[in-house]
Design a protein around this ligand. Structure first.
Ligand code: ADE
Length: 488
């Protein structure tokens, strides 16, 4: 990923970001940070970049010309011709200002998907409005306070975005932890010595009993959130109440239940069993209703919520009686209808005869390991359901796609969707009938259990092969269908 910072203080940016994790990632070529000095582009003979505001008022304003020319030089390098393009489309350009939308983890995740990001730092009393109108795509604030310039906010944003770029944290679990954050603060942590200033590390953390440790940490997270962030705790409590309703039809609602359990859900609407959740990870809305009338209110809430973020794209309905309304109200069409398939037990499945994890070779037995970008082409060529290379790249980069290899050759693959369902299962034609699908599905179920998730997936209506496979592994199916909808 490439960051381009337009600033009057380039040294501040380069020095501030040359250390520690971000500095190392830049050295390793995982990202690049370029600071462009706006002053280099002024046409003023005294290298002036500011002037008095028309109409009077305190302070000086940055003028349009040097800002525009500095920006144009960056855009021309990224995408020759884009700056002069009539369509007005060009790489995302963020202006750091206290008047912008709040910078959040969600926005950091979204911006991390960009290949190039331009950040514009203002100074003095701001920048001439006319150039902002022409170049800025996003106005972003890092908090409700006023700083002397946009450099520190730009550095804050770069730090938060860069740590989401695959490889930057060189910590395999980072992507996993990400999916657990959101609704609770982190629990307290302790390192050696066991006793310091008369304070002992809580006994449970020394016990070696992972189940008790997890329970203690969860409780500590809840307490800490209640004390330090009552606003967040209120959201957490509301989501817990939604869980009670959703669990009345556990199989049908497993996707929504897991969104809450994994900390990905943001509550959009809740009135008894009429609930709409937004999945922070995938940007998909999930909707369930008790009656068509109540369901309609939840649909309206979803539509309003999405307007802030450029509108609803994908949403999932859990009742047949909502389909027509949703099609009319949101001008949406149905993409597919599926049954939920849920692994309801806690014990892992046996892997004997399917695959080995001990590294030993056995003829005809698959070796399962994470896929890397070198498998990208073979996956996109063979995965029939999603025709979206960017999505598959994202899943591979985040470490959520796995391949079964027979004698070193890729025989099939499976993974976890962004919202949390197991899927993307495909066995290459020449390897069919050899239990590769079963091996991959078993692997995904056991991996989910190890990571504290309830394994579930979705089986398209009429896909008997998939249904039989899931049945053979003991998965249970929802009685009714869920409907994946796309706004047109
Ligand atoms: N420039 C000055 N104050 C700022 C803030 N709070 N966020 C973003 N940019 C700024």
């Amino acid at each position: 990923m490439k960051f381009h910072v337009l600033t009057l203080f380039p040294d501040m940016i380069i020095q501030g970001l040359s250390q520690s994790i971000i500095g190392r990632a830049a050295e390793n070529g995982l990202l690049s940070i370029e600071a462009v000095n706006i002053r280099d582009y002024t046409l003023d003979t005294h290298t002036k970049v500011d002037d008095y505001p028309y109409g009077g008022g305190a302070g000086m304003l940055m003028q349009a010309q040097p800002v525009y020319d500095a920006w144009k030089s960056v855009i021309e390098k990224i995408e020759p011709g884009a700056a002069a393009n009539d369509s007005g489309r060009h790489p995302r350009t963020v202006y750091l200002t206290p008047q912008g939308q709040n910078f959040t983890q969600e926005l950091a995740k979204e911006l991390a998907k960009e290949e190039d990001l331009v950040l514009l730092c203002g100074h003095y009393e701001g920048i001439d409005e006319r150039v902002l109108e022409e170049i800025v795509t996003d106005y972003v604030s890092i908090g409700d306070y006023v700083l002397t310039g946009g450099e520190l906010p730009a550095m804050v944003m770069i730090d938060a975005i860069a740590r989401m770029v695959p490889g930057v944290l060189n910590n395999e679990a980072s992507g996993i932890h990400e999916s657990f954050e959101g609704n609770l603060l982190e629990y307290p942590q302790y390192s050696r010595p066991e006793e310091w200033h008369g304070k002992r590390v809580p006994d449970v953390l020394l016990s070696g009993n992972q189940k008790n440790i997890d329970a203690w940490r969860r409780e500590a997270s809840v307490c800490r959130t209640r004390e330090r962030r009552p606003d967040m705790y209120l959201q957490y409590e509301k989501l817990q109440r939604c869980l009670d309703y959703l669990k009345e039809q556990k199989l049908l609602h497993m996707d929504m239940i897991e969104l809450i359990n994994r900390g990905q859900a943001r509550l959009v609407y809740a009135k008894k069993g009429n609930i709409c959740l937004y999945d922070r990870a995938s940007g998909i809305y999930f909707h369930t209703a008790e009656t068509p009338e109540e369901g309609r209110s939840a649909l309206h809430a979803m539509n309003e919520d999405a307007e802030v973020n450029g509108g609803v794209k994908l949403f999932v309905l859990h009742q047949d009686f909502m389909r027509e309304q949703a099609e009319e109200l949101l001008l949406a069409k149905e993409l597919m209808s599926c049954y939920q398939a849920v692994y309801t037990r806690k014990e892992k499945l046996s892997i004997t005869g399917l695959y080995r994890l001990d590294g030993k070779k056995q003829e005809g037995i698959a070796e399962i390991r994470p896929l890397t970008m070198e498998h990208m082409d073979i996956v996109t060529a063979n995965y029939q359901t999603v025709d979206d290379a960017d999505y598959i790249r994202d899943r591979i980069e985040k470490g959520w796609m796995f391949g079964a290899f027979i004698e070193g050759e890729l025989a099939g693959f499976s993974g976890m969707h962004t919202e949390g369902g197991i899927g993307m299962l495909e066995v290459l034609p020449q390897y069919r009938g050899r239990y590769i699908g079963k091996a991959l599905e078993t692997y995904m179920i056991n991996l989910s259990l190890e990571r504290g998730m309830i394994p579930y997936g979705q089986v398209a209506e009429g896909n008997e092969v998939s249904r039989k496979l899931q049945e053979s592994l003991g998965l249970c199916f929802s009685k009714t269908l869920v409907y994946w909808m796309e706004k047109m």
